[in-house]
Each structure stands twice: as C-alpha cells, then as structure tokens.
Design a protein around this ligand. Sequence first.
Ligand code: HEC
Length: 94
Amino acid sequence: MLVAAHLAGCGTASRALYTAGSNPDSAFAVDIVPMLELRCEGCHFPGGPQYASLPFDDPRVVLRLGDQMLSQLEGEDRTLVADFIRLAAGGEDK
Ligand code: HEC
C-alpha cells in the first residue's frame, strides 16, 4: 500500500489481534467477524443482499478479497484485517 489517504482521525481504540500467533480461524472468529459485522452489517452478513456472493463470515472470502477488503477499511479495522491476512498466510491454511 502506497497511500493511506483516509486514515481515520477519530480516536481509535487500540486493538490488535488477540489471537495473533495462534490460529487464523480463531483470530477470524474473535476479531474479524465482530468488526465486519459492525462496519459492514446489512449487506455482507446473513439477510443482506451481498451475503450470497460475498459472505464476510467466511474467512476464505475475506482472504480472497485481500487488498480490496483493506481498501474499504480504515485505521484499526484495517490493521485487524491486515494482521489476519498475514497470520493466515503464515499459518495453517483455511
Ligand atoms: C450497502 C451495502 C453494503 C455495505 C454496507 C458494504 N458493502 Fe461491500 N459490497 C456491496 C455490494 C453491492 C458489492 C458488490 C459490488 C459488485 O458486485 O460489483 C460489494 C462488494 C464488496 C467488495 C468486493 C470488491 C468490490 O469493490 O466490488 C469488497 C472488498 C467489499 N464489498 C467490502 C466491504 C467492506 C469491507 C464493507 C464494510 C466496511 C462493506 N463492503 C460494506 C455492498 C455493501
């Protein structure tokens, strides 16, 4: 990423992957899904129009979207997903 033009300036709570270094699946369940449900609710979760094609409760979808995912997120939320992508790449698959 060359430019982060929209870094959120609004006092972001300091968060990090609690489970970093352990299991990508639990990191996804504990840290990623709740954040995405909060930020992206309505469309990419059950009941939403994008759930059928792009369900964000499936780690494979989030990993496949990768940088596209990151481009829709800012600040700590973006860091969480970036950390998860790194963790998944370095850890066991799926
Ligand atoms: C108002 C409904 C809505 C919300 C809320 C929403 N999305 Fe989407 N999203 C869509 C639609 C519709 C598409 C499909 C666009 C297409 O098929 O071209 C999409 C596609 C995407 C894609 C695929 C790449 C692209 O741009 O088409 C990504 C990545 C994505 N969304 C990320 C997010 C993230 C991250 C959030 C929360 C921060 C979010 N979306 C919230 C409706 C939404």
